[in-house]
Design a protein around this ligand. Sequence first.
Ligand code: NAI
Length: 354
Amino acid sequence: MFNQKITDHPDFDQHQRVEFVETSTLRAIIAVHNSNLGPAAGGCRIYPYSSADDALGDVLRLSKGMTYKSALAGLPLGGGKSIIIANPASDKSRELLLEMGEFVDSLKGQYLAAEDSGTTVNDIKVMAEKTRYVSGCSDNETHGGDPSPVTACGVFLGIQEAVRFKLNSDLKDVRVAIQGAGNVGYRLAHLLAAAGAKLIVADTDRRRVSRLIDELGVADTSTMKIASQRVDVFAPCAMGAAINENSLNSLQASIVAGGANNQLASEELGQRMFERGILYAPDYVINAGGIIDIYYQQQGMRDTATVNKHVEKIVPMLRDIFVESGKQRIATNTIANEMAQAIFLGHSTKEAAA
Ligand code: NAI
């Protein structure tokens, strides 16, 4: 399926397990980055990757991010991710999802799947016909299984903290540019607007922008211009690599804080932001609400107060990272990486010694 050995991939980074399957119905990869702290949990993404190698790079980066995310969120979970190479709009079928369920089951619980870009709660329910190693599809009166409301809530709290730290201000009249008005971006816009922030939004799907214009009277701009707006906060809530050479050059915001995974095209861009005085809230710290929610669903403990209390811990965690970054004069993403590694590798050492 791939043009190179999986272990030679530049993003391999000591993955513990990478499995792939290719049948007439399903082309998919499951990556388990690290399971020192618990089963490797992470979403199942369906995306029409242009090649299997592209898909491999994506799943490796995403699963590694999940290890770091769960470690800093204080969850007994490792990091994993799965991808299906397909167009979610045209290729998704019951047969494909059932086969994916069997594939997840073949890892015997080392990987725990949930919804992600291109999959819905209902898709996960179909997979659950073949495996019990899924989460994020609990039926509950107040909760249909979708973790994005909790993700958006955590991102909102994180933006509030970043603004307090950097601008010594609350959110009233703070200008925020939101890139992507999907599940997370849409809800985030509502929370920010309720706190008095001034919003400008862009999405490749025009209907999603129109909905926010109608509901909140937000301003809008093109997807090409959203990162270069004259705002206080740039909130990436679409796909990865929102911060790249181009966008960083034209960035005017003094804070980057949003829900998207893998916001930095390369880790080194974090240091460049630091040197320019831009405060970056590391993506996997601020967007941990989703995995926190998934964890409690998986445990059958869907008590909103417990979940919210856990999500609120994102705030002091970010503050610690911001303070340490200032003290050590090191980028926030590097500080977060070091803190996460100390948790998931430290645990491994203790286990080994036991
Ligand atoms: P979504 O698919 O509902 O929303 C993404 C939105 O971004 C869509 O409306 C899409 O049209 C838009 N978009 C795509 N490319 C764009 C571009 N270049 N410029 C502007 N808009 C663009 O996905 P969701 O669930 O809102 O997730 C958003 C991000 O947050 C993803 O990176 C996801 O991995 C991450 N995330 C989501 C969590 C969740 O609970 N849903 C949890 C943690 C992270």
